[in-house]
Structure formats: C-alpha cells, structure tokens
Design a protein around this ligand. Structure first.
Ligand code: ADP
Length: 369
C-alpha cells in the first residue's frame, strides 16, 4: 500500500510541476506580450518588475527602470499629481487609482500616459502594487484638437449671435412704439431663444478655456445673499411652471468671481426646473458657518440614482434611459459648475434618490478677516 501511494505521488508530482510551469509560461507570455506595460512596485514605489512593452512606449528597457521609481519618468508638472495618486493607493489597500500624466520618451518627445495602479501589497500571492501603463498620446491629441475646434467654433458663433440679439432688441423697440402686441410676443420668444443659444455658446467656450487652462477668474468681495436673489429673479423670469422659494437666507460676504458663481447657481436652478416637470416648486437655502457659506437647491423631480451621482459632474455626461431621453442638453452645465466651485476651493455635491427629487449643495470658504 505504502509503495503504491508513493509511486502515485511520484508520478503526480512531475505532472503538476509541468502544469504549473506551463501555466506560468502562459501568464508570463500574457504579461510580456501585453500591449500595455505592466509594472510591479514595492511599498516604497520602487519598480521591481517591468514588462518589455515599456520599451515600445517610452524607449527605455526594463533594465533601465528596475530599482528606480516611476516618478522619475514623469514630467515635472505632473509629478505631484502622480505621487498623490500613489499615496492614495498606499492608504487604501485593494483600491485602484487612475492617473493621466505626461512622460518624456527616451527620444525626447513627450508621451501622454494613463496609469492604473492597484494595491495588492497585502495579497500574499502578489505582494506588490500592480501598475498598468498605456500610451494615450493619440487620444489626448485628438481631444486637444476637438477642444481647440470647439473653442474656435464657439468664438466664431458669438459675432453673428450678438448682432441677432441687437437687431431683435431694435425690432422690439420699434414694435413697442407701434403697439404691435403679437409681433412683440413673437420677438420676446425669439429673444429668449437667442439668450439660450448665447448661454450654450458661452458654455462651450468655457469648456475649451478650462481644457486649455485659460478660464480666468476675477475675484471680488460681495454679498452672496444678494447674488442668490438676483439669480433667482432672473431664472424665475424664464419659468411659468415653477416657483422658486428662498426658504432660508443669511447675509454673508464672500470673495469670489461673482459672475462665475452666478453661472453655477443658474445651472443648478435651471436643472432643478428642467428635471422636475411634474413639480412646481424649487427651494433654495443659503446658510453660513464660521468657515463656509452653504447654498442648496432642492427640487421634487425625477431624482438621480446613486450610480450616476458622481458621474453627472463629468464632462458631457448625461443620464440616458427611456424616461430621461426627453431632456435636451449637452451635459456640460454641472461639469462647469463643479470646475467653478472647485476653483474657489468649495465643494459641489448632490443628495438624491431616484424618483424623489434632488438637492444640490455647494459651499464656498469664507475668508477670515
Ligand atoms: P444637461 O442638463 O445639459 O444634460 P448637466 O451637466 O447640467 O447637463 O447635467 C448632467 C446630467 O445630470 C443631466 O443630463 C441629468 O441627467 C442629470 N441632472 C442634473 N441635474 C439634475 C436634477 N436636478 N435632477 C435630476 N437629474 C439631474
């Protein structure tokens, strides 16, 4: 009995070693032939394994990288951001972090990279941070060209739209003098559509300015309550279906770009109206603590399911489903509002449940005098 079992054991072992070797070869080939470069980092961020694809991407051989940190191969302007991503990865095991940054190629050109890091240090089978790197230069250049085009196109659209607005107002004055009510009412509708178009064009222009880092902010001290009331008045003027109610307010002085904050608030109010077709009220609240002002806009509309609540702040993101398809838009209002609030070191977020309305909140820090 003993002999037999030993024999069986002896026979089994080489087979399983062979199977193991084959499986190792398979995974090694998968990693080494992968289009993306795969890098294993230790807890100090030192590269312990680099797959050969890195040479196609950055011109360096794996041997040239081993023992060094990936940050040495990041453009100085993007280094801070990648180091922060690494720190975030170290703090939270089993999470993944994605970063886009520039890397100099060995030939001196600049490549755009996308790196996805997964912290598997605590996984005994891996014991490393696994990084997946790919060259996204082409995609980035395409995006850049698209942004430049959007910028140029919206800039060109501004001139004709400005004269359209001018002529419309001229006609309005003429028909007012003549007392032609019907013409006036038609012109009034035309004027509102022109305003809508102007807003869209300005938003597209802003998007391209953000992308190219050219969006300017002009900060000044002002009373936030006054701005909230002013914006509410303007938006109320465009809606016959909804009543905007200021339920809570306090006078609070902020230092910020008044027009931009107004723009963010307009977006929140128009969205609240647009996405609550079955309701008739939007509630606005303005409060302040020692350190920040807090504005919220509550609607009683279609609400936003949890899985979309982060994504709606991304550029061009819109929720599409059978019921929501009917809402027109470009999906840039919230992205812009978020950029504006972030630039002021404030926060913008939403609380909502699908079907139960949504409350958007933003804060602005108060300057200590
Ligand atoms: P747009 O309204 O032009 O689509 P936004 O960036 O303003 O773009 O909004 C992005 C998406 O977020 C919208 O398409 C919509 O699906 C959702 N959303 C925004 N505000 C609300 C709201 N108050 N209630 C429900 N959904 C909303």
């Amino acid at each position: 009995m003993e002999r037999i079992s030993t024999e069986a054991g002896e026979q089994e072992q080489p087979e399983s070693i062979e199977a193991l070797r084959q499986s190792e070869q398979l995974f090694r080939a998968l990693i080494e032939k992968s289009f993306d470069a795969i890098v294993l980092l230790d807890h100090q961020g030192i590269m312990r394994y680099v797959s050969p694809s890195i040479e196609r991407i950055l011109g360096h051989t794996p041997e040239e990288l081993l023992g060094r940190t990936p940050f040495e191969f990041v453009h100085p302007d993007d280094r801070e951001q990648t180091m922060q991503a690494f720190a975030a990865l170290m703090q939270d095991p089993a999470t993944s972090v994605t970063v886009e940054y520039r890397s100099p190629h060995k030939d001196g050109s600049i490549r755009w990279m996308e790196g996805v890091g997964t912290n598997l240090l605590h996984d005994p089978k891996v014991g490393a941070i696994v990084g997946n790197f790919r060259d996204i230069t082409e995609r980035k250049e395409l995006e850049q060209r698209k942004d430049e085009f959007i910028g140029m196109a919206s800039h060109e659209l501004k001139t004709p739209i400005t004269s359209l607005k001018g002529f419309t107002n001229l006609l309005q004055r003429r028909f007012l003098k003549e007392g032609d009510e019907e013409a006036l009412s038609l012109l009034d509708r035309m004027d509102k559509q022109i305003d809508k178009l102007t807003r869209l064009i300005n938003e597209m222009l802003d998007i391209s300015r953000i992308q190219t880092g050219k969006l300017e902010y002009h900060e000044e001290p002002f009373d936030l309550a006054q701005l909230v009331q002013e914006v509410m008045g303007n938006v109320q003027g465009t809606s016959r279906t909804h009543r905007l109610l200021l339920e809570e307010q306090t006078h609070v002085q902020v230092v910020a770009d008044r027009d931009r904050i107004g723009q963010a608030l307009i977006n929140l109010l128009t969205n609240a109206i647009k996405y609550s077709p079955g309701a008739d009220t939007v509630i606005i609240r303005l409060s302040a603590s020692e350190s920040e002002a807090h504005v919220s806009v509550q609607d009683f509309g279609i609400g936003i399911a949890r899985e979309h609540q982060q994504k709606i702040f991304e550029r061009f993101y819109q929720i599409t489903s059978a019921e929501e398809k009917t809402f027109a838009g470009l999906g840039i209002g919230l992205y812009l509002s978020n950029e504006i609030i972030k630039r002021h070191h404030g926060r913008l977020w939403v609380e909502s449940e699908k079907g139960k309305g949504a409350t958007f909140h933003f804060t602005l820090p108060l300057v200590n005098k």
